[in-house]
Design a protein around this ligand. Sequence first.
Ligand SMILES: [Zn+2]
Ligand SMILES: [Zn+2]
Length: 145
Amino acid sequence: MPRGLRETVLTRLRRANQRLTSNREALLEVLARSGTGPLTIPEILAVRPDLAVSSVYRNLVVLEQADVVHRVVAQGGFAHYELVEELTEHHHHVVCSNCGAVEDVPATATIERSVREAARQIARRTGFKTQRHRLDLFGLCQRCA
Ligand SMILES: [Zn+2]
Ligand SMILES: [Zn+2]
């Protein structure tokens, strides 16, 4: 894990009265290396078959509560895990309602401009000042469409 990332993780875990155990570090490394998007528990176990399923479950709960890991829930309550955006970079997701696949979509300047414009319209109507956003699109992936 890069030093800066490790420091932030340590701070957040300490704040939650938790430690960075070797199993938690292994989990975070798998999530940090995922190139395509958030991973399911079976996908994590495919990378690290040496980890016990029950400990993966327990540690993901701890890491989520410590605000280190974010859970994306797809159709049928199928959970996918990724590092929180403060530890990676801002991006969006597409979530397939048929097969449950969740993929990252880069937040391009054009998309961000459109989202800011949407936020401005909402502010005009409601007075709500948007500070950040999360954009998950639900539908059918290329394979399922
Ligand atoms: Zn699909
Ligand atoms: Zn965005």
